[in-house]
Design a protein around this ligand. Structure first.
Ligand code: FAD
Length: 485
């Protein structure tokens, strides 16, 4: 019987064995499988990952490499231009096929297309697959044949059109051949001098097993209260915390969809709550549609009328925001949670982001960049789309005149006060009544709680009502200049 030649699997944002079509295709050919991760250098226009993402990727690659070794495989690590590294590996191994799973941003897409054409031109089999989304961004079309710009009809159409393919099992053995590999530790992705990652390590277990455990934990209870609890940052298990695992493809949305739908059908999950959860997975899909059709989503206003917005330049205000020193406890708690854990609860992301764009009148791109650097789930589609949504410039966005009040949002959603008390411990002795507005507390209440405003906790860097008026005026001016009113 002829021996099948090796096949290469190029891993990128799909660091898992289960339900991974690229590795399944390679195994099906019957020859050895060469698994490679390329530290891409020189991809023009590509956005370097932030520090928190690199921390995650370092651990995720380590976990993935261990899983491959446990089944007889190897994760080959190489640095360079993918368009040069892959042909070199083809030559070294005698591979006849190269497979990978798709990414949806530019310039990655153009690069992939060029690599595919060149490998095929050299007589190889080169194929890409979808492991990252329920449906490809171009698959779901409106009645008029375009892409969806509004979420609710998108979600309706997705539910009607999507049928998950059967799950692909994780391989239990892998035929492989040895290839030279760089050492992950040599890539310097774990922070040193200083190592700021202790809080991240406490909270997360990057890798496929960690992703599976998170999903199981969430399905084992929290899913049934998701619709009510998902806005509760004071409830530790109110949401799934799957976002960084999804970001690096340690789990795919199809796996989540199947698990949830099976549970609904079997009567294990309350359908209403479970479908609200799946609708959030659909927001992730929608963000990817926006990114696919608007490659510059992280920089350019989706709604160009925001190009006229008179954003301020204020380095001190930006620093106070980033460090959680605005004097508004809900904003500060969120920004400190982000710094400490690499993650922030969705409700608080909205409050903190709105505060930056509206109260401080700073450009949303400045906040997007800070999140890009500090979030473990920093995602080219979801981060850009969500910032634009909050700023008002995005697709199907929150209207600009809806200015979140950080005080009432705090009282409403940090129901027990446990969230602010955890992340702003200097306020922990304040009575609930003043917890979200310490500047309104009488002197004796502050003194009893051991607080000296301006010393132990900052005074507000802007006055809520004045800042709100300033933001609305700026917006109105922009609209008037355009003759929109
Ligand atoms: P769950 O509530 O358990 O939701 C399940 C999954 O659905 C999430 O893991 C995520 O993949 C997806 N999801 C949920 N909400 C959204 C949403 N609004 N948009 C897109 N996908 C969503 N999410 C990211 O994954 N990466 C980002 O970089 C990111 N940046 C954001 C920036 C701002 C300003 C805001 C307001 C939101 C941002 N989000 C981002 C969306 C959302 O806050 C996170 O996905 C969510 O908090 C992750 O926690 P979870 O996994 O517990 O979510």
């Amino acid at each position: 019987m002829p021996v099948s030649p090796p096949a290469i699997v190029w891993f990128r944002e799909d660091l898992r064995l289960a339900d991974n079509p690229a590795i399944a295709a390679a195994i099906e050919l019957g020859g050895p499988v060469v698994c490679v991760y390329v530290r891409e250098a020189g991809l023009e226009g590509a956005r370097p990952l932030g520090g928190a993402s690199l921390w995650w990727l370092d651990k995720s690659l380590r976990a993935f490499s261990d899983s491959l070794e446990a089944i007889g495989g190897q994760l080959v690590l190489r640095t360079g231009k993918a368009g040069e590294v892959l042909p070199a590996l083809v030559k070294e191994t005698g591979a006849q096929a190269v497979f990978w799973n798709r990414r949806y941003g530019e310039p990655e897409r153009s690069q992939d297309a060029a690599i595919k054409a060149s490998l095929r031109g050299a007589g190889l089999r080169a194929e890409s697959f979808n492991a990252r989304l329920l449906m490809e961004p171009w698959e779901l079309k409106t009645g008029a044949g375009g892409w969806y710009r509004v979420f609710t009809p998108f979600w309706r159409a997705l539910q009607a059109a999507y049928a998950p393919a059967p799950a692909l099992p994780a391989p239990s053995r892998l035929k492989s051949i040895k290839a030279e590999s760089e050492a992950l530790s040599g890539w310097g992705w774990h922070p040193t001098g200083p190592d700021w990652s202790a809080g991240l390590a406490d909270m997360w277990t990057p890798g496929e097993a960690g992703a599976r455990a998170r999903l199981e934990e969430f399905l084992d209870g929290p899913i049934n209260q998701y619709a009510e609890n998902r806005n509760r940052p004071d409830e530790a298990r109110s949401t799934s915390r799957l976002s960084p695992h999804l970001r690096f493809g340690e789990i795919g949305p199809a796996q989540i969809w199947r698990a949830v739908k099976d549970g609904i059908d079997a009567g294990r999950y309350d359908e209403r709550n479970a479908m609200v959860f799946l609708s959030e997975i659909a927001w992730r899909e929608f963000s990817n549609v926006l990114l696919h059709f608007n490659p510059d989503l992280a920089r350019a206003n989706y709604n160009p009328s925001f190009d006229q917005m008179p954003w301020r330049k204020d380095k001190n205000a930006l620093t106070a925001w980033a460090r959680g020193q605005t004097g508004y406890p809900m904003v500060d708690a969120g920004m400190r949670e982000l710094w400490h854990t690499g993650w922030m609860h969705n409700r608080v992301r909205m409050i903190a982001a709105s505060f930056l764009c509206k109260h401080l009148l700073l450009p949303w791109q400045a906040g997007e960049e800070w999140f890009w650097d500090t979030l473990v789930d920093a995602d080219p589609a979801a981060n850009a789309a969500s910032w634009q949504w909050t700023a008002g410039s995005g697709a199907d966005a929150a209207p600009y005149f809806r200015v979140f009040n950080p005080i009432s949002q705090g009282s409403k959603f940090d129901v027990t006060g446990g969230y602010v008390r955890r992340w702003c411990p200097e306020l922990s002795r304040l009575p609930d009544k003043f917890l979200h507005a310490p500047f309104e507390a009488p002197g004796n209440v502050l003194a009893d709680a051991g607080i000296e405003l301006g010393k132990t906790y900052p005074k507000p860097i802007v006055d809520h009502s004045a800042a709100r008026e300033r933001a609305l005026d700026a917006y109105k001016q922009t609209r008037q200049e355009q003759g929109a009113e």
